[in-house]
Ligand binder design. Structure first.
Ligand code: AMP
Length: 410
């Protein structure tokens, strides 16, 4: 979704369908058995990994994506059309027994049509909430969970006042459309207030100012909830970002056991209170002094859960399929310490070269690097091309291998 005005249209339309249709869906959960076809809005890497996991369980997949030969289209059937093409979405609905999505900015008209004419167990209310930072923060607070102190910003004067309250640095964000650090500005001094406001108000969406949290760790928990109300959480992962893009996910997270339990409890609470069906990724900041704050939600599989593919008894992708199909959820237990490291365009060649040869360091450290590639053709330097799950006896050994390769030093 490109513009704020459009997102507001989406919001209104989603709100219109959210109440009645979601309630109807909740009353009549269907169990979708293997052999059925799952339709996916979006054909990127998340859809691809969902289709790979779900195909192993006996489901068929059809994805809608505008790019021919999209990552998911390589392992499933694909309808090549724009995301807001209602006719194409109708075709997706015709071919699928159940519809899910792999990104949250799903077009409102498409959502409304699918809700009316197809089976979308995840509903539209959660999409409506998570498409907009302010609505999301209010929903998290309503669930009794803490977010960083924030203020809605309606003009430069409001920004000055809120910045005076929160102090510097503080973080200005657009309410819609931001990802991987886009649509935000860390304001470090009075002098940056105006340029930050001017730059972000171009996005034509509401703005939010947040207090800067001096966190010790960024953590996330992925929870799954099924229509029968069963909830399971994956182990907490510790996430390290570089240039606002996820670089590492480390499990088990190097935080006290008590913090892990609290983080999981927050995720359960959010999944329960928001009536999630499928997955919800809960991103948090943790400060040893002040505790946990929820930063963001994503109602779908998440990059910080890719470690589960090799390291957990059930992967996040299998769990998502189980949840939307109303199957019993799988055991999310961690089987081994793991570090997931993202492969961006600039890492692709050295990673392939390294993993195509016997690896002395991997043998010495007794680690197993497991490479997952997404089948994207254009390896732009910052594009996510794949990831490596480094399985080891300890996260320190996995980190030592990543360090020794020197691949991620650039
Ligand atoms: P977001 O788009 O909200 O996920 O933010 C991207 C990254 O910016 C986060 O992963 C944090 O590293 C950082 N960040 C965002 N909001 C804050 C905040 N209120 N305080 C400190 N760091 C933040």
């Amino acid at each position: 979704m490109s513009s704020g005005a459009r997102n507001e249209g989406a919001a209104a339309a989603n709100a219109a369908v959210a109440g009645s249709s979601d309630a109807a869906v909740r009353l009549e959960p269907r169990t979708i058995l293997p052999g059925a076809t799952i339709g996916v809005l979006g054909g990127g890497q998340l859809g691809r990994m969902m289709a790979l996991a779900g195909s192993a369980m006996g489901y068929r997949f059809v994805a809608l994506d505008p790019t021919p030969d999209a990552p998911c289209g390589q392992v499933a059937e694909q309808i090549v059309a724009a995301y807001d093409d209602v006719q194409a979405a109708r075709e997706l609905a015709r071919r699928a027994d159940v519809i899910t999505y792999e990104f949250e900015n799903v077009d409102a008209d498409v959502t409304a049509m699918l809700m009316a004419e197809s089976y979308v167990p995840q509903g539209s209310a959660l999409l409506y909430t998570t498409q907009h930072r302010l609505r999301e923060k209010r929903a998290i607070e309503a669930a009794g969970v803490r977010v960083a102190p924030y203020a809605e910003i309606r003009g430069p004067q409001a920004l000055r006042e809120a910045a005076a309250r929160f102090g510097f640095p503080c973080v200005l964000k657009t309410a819609t459309g931001g990802y991987d650090g886009k649509g935000q500005w860390v304001i470090r001094s009075e002098a940056e207030i105006e340029p930050a406001y001017d730059a972000l108000s171009k996005a034509k969406t509401e703005l939010v100012l947040e207090q800067f949290i001096r966190f010790d760790k960024e953590l996330s928990v992925i929870a799954a909830r099924s229509p029968r109300g069963e909830i399971r959480t994956f182990p907490v992962s510790e996430n390290v970002h570089v240039e606002n893009i996820l670089h590492l996910s480390i499990a088990p997270a190097r935080v006290p056991e008590q913090v892990q339990r609290e983080a999981e409890a927050l995720a359960v609470r959010i999944a329960d209170r928001l009536g999630v069906i499928g997955l919800i990724a809960v991103e948090m900041f943790w400060s040893a002094e002040h505790g946990l704050y929820v930063n963001e939600l994503a109602p779908r599989p998440h990059n910080s859960g890719h470690y589960t593919m090799d390291a957990c008894r059930t992967s996040q992708f299998e769990q998502h399929v189980r949840a939307i199909c109303n199957l019993p959820l799988g055991d999310p237990a961690l089987l081994t310490p793991v570090v997931m490291v993202n492969v961006l365009g600039r890492h692709l060649e050295p990673v392939i070269a390294r993993l195509s040869q016997p690896d002395e360091a991997a043998a010495r450290l007794n680690v197993k690097p497991s490479l997952h590639l997404y089948g994207k053709r254009d390896a732009a330097p910052k594009r996510k091309m794949g990831h490596v799950n480094v399985l080891a006896s300890s996260v320190e050994d996995a980190l030592a291998w990543i360090d020794e390769t020197t691949i991620w030093k650039v």
